[in-house]
Design a binder for this molecule. Sequence first.
Ligand code: GAL
Length: 820
Amino acid sequence: MLYIRLTLLPFFFFCCLLIDAKSQTIREEFTLEKNWRFTKGDKPEAKQKDYDDRKWEVVTVPHDWAIYGPFDRSYDLQQVAVTQNGESVASTKTGRTGGLPYVGIGWYRNTFHIAQFDKNKKRVSLVFDGAMSEAHVYVNGKEAIFWPYGYNAFHCDVTDLLNADGRNNVLAIRLENKEQSSRWYPGAGLYRNVHVISSNNIHVPVWGTYVTTPFVSEAYASVKLKTDIANCGEVDVRVLTVIKDGEGKVVAQKDNTLGMHHGQPFEQNFIVDQPNLWSPETPYLYKAISKVYKDGNLVDEYTTRFGIRDIRVIADKGFFLNGKRRKFQGVCNHHDLGPLGAAVNVAALRRQLTLLKDMGCDAIRTSHNMPAPELVDLCDEMGFMMMIEPFDEWDIAKCKNGYHRFFNEWAEKDMVNMLHHYRNHASVVMWSIGNEVPSQCSPEGYKVAAFLQDICHREDPSRPVTCGMDQVSCVLENGFAALLDIPGLNYRANRYEEAYHRLPQNLVLGSETASTVSSRGVYKFPVEKKTDARYDDHQSSAYDLEYCNWSNTPDVDFAMADDFDWSMGQFVWTGFDYLGEPTPYDKDAWPNHSSMFGIIDLASIPKDRYYLYRSVWNKNAHTLHILPHWNWKGREGQQTPVFVYTDYPAAELFINGKSYGKQVKNKASVESRYRFMWMDAIYEPGEVKVIAYDDQGNQVAEKKVVTAGKPDHIELIPDRTALAADGKDLVYMNVRIVDKDGNWCPAESRLVKFSVSGSGKYRASANGDPTSLDAFHLPQMHLFSGQLTAIAQAGEQEGMLIFEAKAKGVRSAKIAINVK
Ligand code: GAL
């Protein structure tokens, strides 16, 4: 038979049809992106099919209704004692959820068509990658499903609710976010994709395959594929599966016919010779393409992408991927994309991962919820190991209106969806069942942990399970930590050794580490190691010595990984700054409304700390980074420490030619193992130079920072030179002001205005200042420490995207990006 893949039906976006020779549609999949109608506020009648929504706003999904602000102190004020931060007295928390209007009810409506619809022969499902939150879904006026957890994907069979001709089906969705339902900015609305899948009666259902690699060696690997087949009754079914390598070559195939009497998934086993093993360094992927036949007719075709790799956790020795021990060099991230909010965008996610990759990061923890599928796909493709984590709350509340309201009824359903959705992904190497849940210390808490871990083992016996635990004394005593496959400790590195000795697993994972805080380009004097430091300007020092009372500097976590075999590495809190949780400025400290934990700021500009991690983690490239900047008018003659982050073992500092001495990494303190610190450096305008030396004392690299002169012009540095003409691709433009010689002016806070013309539009901007109230979506933004990021979005037409930036008193800049 001949199969033709058609794409792009005029009225659907990203529509995909599989058609056999007799022109019978086998499977049709498309996302509903354009022409949604949206309104805020409750409109119970809007579920009706013939409701007039013409006055509603027209939006494109993914859509986050709250990201347009404006920021306001009054949004979601929370009167709480954050017990996990050691608080016992309630206080007013400002900006905890980002100071954005995510609370409330919102409605979305759209229409979809199913080609060649026949109620008796077809099944149609809707898949929501995530809807924030408490989603009631109506199709043609009838409720199709309710799904409360805003982070999880869910699906429903809507065949029986469709119009007989398959056309003009009205989809209406009511979403509601309650106040005090989150500890960070959750986003609001249909912030992830909505898929429509139409198949034959007999079909592979949503997330209907499960692939594992039970044996992996360099010579060969075994691949086991289990395929659910819906509605096949008790008849014989034939499944022809081919496995294709990354180049599309068939490397294995099986053609089996099986009576489905046992009600089990259809199982096929393959051998792939000389497999290309998946790892963060070699993210090689295969595809299993299965054709399902009944009575000689093709009824479905289903593709499962997977990787071949072996994961093992060994007591005393740690985590092994493909037989090689590695320590997780991971970061925790929340799901928001800074100025884009929670609305998922592949280019934005790719930008995040690109920066993290260059830092040497190899793992992501999706704290503390299910990720967007686009992120998991990218981690497969770009090479990141993932810890996927569903919950921040179980049955005991952390937030008044948090997930605990649903836990008892929904936890298992949420777990099963997460596990089925992501268990075929090579990147996913472990599940976490929760984060710092209060149940850690409750007498029955271990039972809940066992219940959740058992669901993971039942649905996916191929991966270990962890949990992020912060109540170390409780969990070491009460059996909670002992029952997990991998004990994960959040912070408390000083208790790792004790935990290692006391726990039967004889392993410790740093499931959450550091919580070092800093503001990009802001340096505080005198330079001191401090917990919970607060300043009048509501910033934290970028010397990377400030952290929370429960946490530590990054150096401590490096040392744990370097010194102990049983230490499995870490997931830093956090890779990127996120909206909400503005610690240490969370107690009535408006206007702070975004985090300071990020290694990279909210504008996706690396802070100095990025280079500290890079100097330890990136083994393929050298790092030589100097801080602070060298524009300190008024500090002439004063002590202004200079730090250098580098992988080289020794370095010498010169200020205007005068040597401040050569330093060699040493164990005098945990910081001096990983950074050079010239604490007695004296500021004078001019040039700071560092020369790096190798083990033999040879000069191998050099770097300079100079005092910038008067601001002269704007400089634009785009992260991409060409974009795809898909209406979604993004260019991140680093916007900075420089002097006449091109030296960056770090004190600049001028307002910059943008315009975008040609094939694209302005999308958003951010400056990384956690106190900034500039709206992201307006085409202007103040610089913070001399920089900001403006994001432009490709159009759907090929051509040039012209981006222009202007600011008072300096020359403007213009740049063209090819959209093709
Ligand atoms: C942890 C928590 C994170 C975040 C972090 C800040 O206790 O798991 O979600 O709140 O603290 O340090």
